[in-house]
Design a protein around this ligand. Structure first.
Ligand SMILES: [Zn+2]
Length: 238
């Protein structure tokens, strides 16, 4: 965590918020999220860093909670245990016949499994799940909205805009923000979500928050120099 803090200071950022992953009840061959014990360490170390770097960098401790329709109550009660500086909502793992598919993975076995179910059915399930997540979880920001199936060649034929706008209506109603996730740039030269969805969010007066989805210190603040282009686009609408 300290390496991420030092990376942010080197970039002259004023504030960062850690958004560690929380998942519950996921049946997957590898774990890319923190356990409940990890989170108690996370807060302990986070508090130490807040104190150590106070005056230099404001450090927030948040969470990106992965939706699981079978664990809504457990997710809610875990979130209730801490004060989070930001709660992001995402949907990474879809239950297909008792096993979870990683909707954001480029791994071959995930891609092959998507084909078995059908890309359109997966995307419908993703968007309807997110609608429930936004209703049921105490989220502040919706994360990487259209990053789902980002490595699947057929996903580009799907209409993301319509279901995304439906979600935008719901997050606007709840006063939630939308993440501009810059990890999209190296993959498709646009952030997650795409500029047209960001414009639709701006039209609804939804606050946008920048996230670099850094999974290593070198990625802190990546492509943030491109955010000014988005701000200009949005100012035309507002
Ligand atoms: Zn995520």
């Amino acid at each position: 965590m300290e390496d991420y803090v030092l990376a942010a200071i080197a970039l002259k950022l004023e504030r960062i918020i850690f958004l560690e992953h929380l998942e519950m009840g996921i049946n997957y061959f590898e774990s890319t999220w923190l356990t409940q014990d990890d989170f108690s360490y996370y807060f302990k170390e986070g508090r130490r860093l807040q104190e150590k770097y106070s005056g230099t960098l404001e450090i927030g401790l948040g969470v990106e909670v992965g939706f699981n329709p079978d664990r809504i109550r457990q997710l809610q009660s875990f979130l209730d245990r801490y004060h989070w500086d930001r709660v992001g909502i995402s949907y990474h793992f879809l239950d297909v016949h008792g096993e979870h598919l990683n909707l954001l993975s480029r791994k071959k076995h995930n891609i092959a499994a998507y084909d078995g179910v059908g890309v359109e059915r997966i995307l419908d399930a993703y968007f309807s799940g997110l609608r429930v997540a936004v209703e049921e979880l105490p989220g502040d920001v919706l994360c990487h909205l259209d990053a789902v199936l980002r490595y699947h060649p057929d996903a580009k034929d799907f209409d993301f805009f319509t279901p995304a706008c439906d979600l935008l209506d719901r997050i606007a109603e709840k006063g939630m923000s939308l993440e501009v996730n810059t990890s999209g740039y190296p993959i498709r030269d646009q952030p997650f979500p795409s500029i047209d969805i960001l414009k639709a969010a701006a039209g609804r007066n939804i606050t946008l928050v920048a996230g670099s989805d850094a999974h290593r210190p070198a990625d802190v603040g990546r492509y943030f120099d491109r955010l000014s282009v988005i701000v200009k686009e949005i100012q035309k609408i507002r």
